[in-house]
Design a protein around this ligand. Structure first.
Ligand code: PEP
Ligand code: MN
Length: 331
């Protein structure tokens, strides 16, 4: 249950109530008290402080349609997506920052194609410790340089709690990867950040668990969360993962959060990325993330799935047409 607090309730009273009901106080502009969802009615003490009482079905609370009937919009400088904007934010770039030359080539590609958000990881959550782990802080500096030089927005991922602060400081959108989705240290720190967070679904995560992970960020006070479906593990092994488009429709029906799709990590092989990307855009999605690299075969991570610049460039006009055909616009 969510209580929208009256503006004149004192912090002392709120803290006492929070303790009594094991509730979370989302302070600042939002001024909410979020109680466990199994509490279904407000007693006299709660009624007294409540401007509005919202009863929720499950612990999907701040992300629920009961709390917010429409969908949240994200404003990133002059870029707007989610809500009723009917904009699909394009996010493109290599899996990892590998060198100044490589990331600069990717930045130039984005600029030449009108793509405003450059992606690349600096702290890579690799499956093996014997593979490229990312350039770390040096990579963040290179991304910041690309922002300065080309006016791009940056998205990069947090791998673990040792560098959350640095990623938050350098990036424009914080990415929490599929493997980090359960890391409560990261989720809680991102809840205190004042930047949008793109939260990827863990590949063995139910939709309920996925959205509950988002609740950690939302209840920390950060209202800008984007859910990203990037494929889940099924019995199928011919493709890297299985992109759960049914799940996307469920998220859009039952949550108020913008949804991004990542066909690159789902498919795992570049031959399938263009077709899957077109299908994603046809759903009318809030953001689309595609990996592209100047020389994919030589990439230090996710080599098999990254599109060459030529492949990416020739895909873009089709994506624009598909978006337009469903009343959306690529931004
Ligand atoms: C990535 O975006 O490069 C990445 C590691 O993604 P995921 O967390 O979805 O595997
Ligand atoms: Mn990758």
């Amino acid at each position: 249950m969510i209580i929208r607090l009256k503006p004149d309730v004192t912090p002392e009273v709120i803290k006492t109530l929070a303790e009594k009901y094991r509730a979370i106080w989302v302070d600042g502009k939002q001024n909410l008290l979020v109680l466990p969802s199994k509490i279904k009615s407000a007693d006299a003490a709660l009624q007294q402080v409540a401007e509005k009482v919202i009863v929720t079905d499950s612990d999907i609370q701040l992300a629920s349609r009961e709390f917010m009937p429409g969908r949240r919009e994200i404003q990133l400088g002059d870029l707007r997506f989610g809500g009723d904007s009917r904009n699909t934010l394009m996010i493109a770039g290599p899996c990892s920052v590998e060198s100044e030359e490589q990331i600069e080539q990717a930045a130039q590609l984005c600029v030449s194609l009108g793509i405003r958000v450059l992606r690349a990881g600096c702290f890579k959550p690799r499956t093996s410790p014997y593979t490229f782990q990312g350039l770390g802080i040096e990579g963040l500096r290179l991304l910041a340089q690309m922002r300065e030089k080309y006016g791009l927005r940056i998205i990069t991922e947090v791998r673990d709690s040792t560098h959350v602060r640095e990623v938050i400081e350098y990036t424009d959108i914080i990415q929490i990867g599929a493997k980090a989705m359960y890391d409560h240290g990261i989720l809680r720190q991102c809840g205190k950040a004042d930047k949008p967070v793109l939260l990827k679904r863990g590949f063995g995560t139910t939709l309920q668990e996925f959205v509950q992970a988002a609740e950690f960020i939302l209840s920390g006070g950060n209202s800008q969360v984007i859910l990203c479906e990037r494929g889940i593990r099924t019995f199928e092994t011919k493709t890297r993962f299985t992109l759960d488009l049914c799940g996307v429709e469920w998220l859009r029906q039952y949550t108020n959060l913008p949804v991004a799709l990542d066909p690159s990590h789902a498919m795992g092989y570049r031959y399938g990325v263009p077709g899957l990307a077109r299908a994603c855009v046809a759903m009318g999605v809030d953001a689309l993330l595609i990996e592209t690299h100047p020389n994919p075969d030589a990439a230090l991570s996710d080599a098999e799935q990254q599109l060459s610049f030529e492949e990416f460039q020739s895909l873009l006009p089709a994506l624009k047409r598909v978006a337009e055909s469903v009343g959306y616009r690529l931004v």
